[in-house]
Design a protein around this ligand. Structure first.
Ligand code: SF4
Ligand code: SF4
Length: 305
């Protein structure tokens, strides 16, 4: 069912999203992405900079137009949920976003609650997306006014920073679109200088093959020759976010699900070396770290400095 909704009702949906833990909420008319974005993305794929992340090259038609995800879609709602920066150096480094419970599971639950609220109150059908559909999430978050995309490629929410998970609801409900922010990140260049892999260029272009996060998580098998060393990073890398001045503010309180797991904060390299499959299963259970296998973890361990 498709229907329109007045601004007051949009406010009710926004309030419900905040009640569910979102720190930013915005809407766009569902339709094709801008051709400049689509062309840039296609060039990036054609250059091979996505490495072995073949899924990024699939479903191009849906990525260009999220209406293909849900018949009758009228609006893309973008949401940002904060996670908690660990605030210090822990070794080996595990990306901050992975220290709490798996955001896919947690946020799917939150989005389903929001979709139920919209169905009950407005008769809307909605499709939740949490890294689970080929949708250009940063593009839509930017277009919906949640923030701007930094040179480091991250969506930066003003006053909050980039320590957020993005999620979307594609819905049949018609909601007034929000305005895209005109500002850019400030282009200080700190992320370019700090990137240990040299993956970020000053113009914001990104070579995934040189990103430690890609190598440690997405890349399967042996590392390609010439790839940068993981250094101290065993799962992900936050360097381009840690140096960003937008992240030097007091972060908002995240959902308790995203509080760092003490076992991960205190994990030491020697322990990893002797992991059994059972140890790894218990540690990674319910965590986004389940994305990698024990053999990838041990491969990463062997590169640690
Ligand atoms: S995650 Fe690390 S390696 Fe990847 S772009 Fe950011 S700083 Fe560079
Ligand atoms: S570190 Fe500087 S250039 Fe990089 S995203 Fe942040 S503000 Fe932009």
């Amino acid at each position: 069912m498709s229907s329109s909704v007045c601004l007051w009702n949009k406010g009710r949906i926004r309030a419900e999203a905040h009640r569910l833990g979102a720190v930013a909420f915005g809407c766009s008319v569902a339709g094709p992405v801008d051709s400049s974005y689509a062309d840039r993305y296609d060039r990036w794929i054609a250059s091979g900079a996505h490495g072995t992340m073949d899924y990024l090259a699939r479903h191009a038609a849906i990525r260009r137009d999220p209406r293909l995800l849900l018949p009758g879609a009228r609006t893309v709602i973008s949401l940002a949920f904060p996670y908690r920066p660990s605030g210090g150096y822990h070794h080996p480094w595990i990306a901050d976003y992975a220290l709490g419970r798996d955001y896919h599971t947690v946020l799917h639950g939150r989005l389903r609650q929001l979709a139920t609220f919209m169905a009950d109150n407005f008769g809307a059908q909605s499709r939740p997306c949490v890294d689970s559909a080929p949708i250009a999430e940063r593009y839509w978050a930017h277009r919906s006014g949640l923030g701007y995309i930094g040179i480091n490629g991250q969506l930066i929410v003003p006053g909050v920073g980039s320590g957020v998970f993005l999620a979307e609801l594609v819905t049949t409900l018609e909601l007034a679109p929000d305005t895209r922010l005109a500002a850019d990140c400030g282009r200080c260049g700190a992320c370019v200088r700090a990137c240990p892999g040299g993956a970020i260029s000053p113009d914001g272009s990104f070579d995934g093959r040189r990103c430690l996060s890609y190598l440690g998580i997405e890349h399967r098998g042996e590392f390609p020759s010439g790839a940068p060393s993981l250094g101290t990073h065993i799962y992900g890398c936050d360097e381009c976010q840690r140096v960003c001045p937008h992240n030097h503010c007091e972060p908002p309180e995240p959902l308790t699900d995203f509080y760092p797991d003490h076992r991960l904060l205190t994990l030491d390299a020697a322990t990893i070396r002797h992991f059994s499959r059972g140890d790894w299963r218990r540690l990674s259970s319910g965590s986004a770290m389940r994305r990698i296998s024990l053999s990838q973890m041990l491969r990463n361990y062997l590169q640690l400095t």
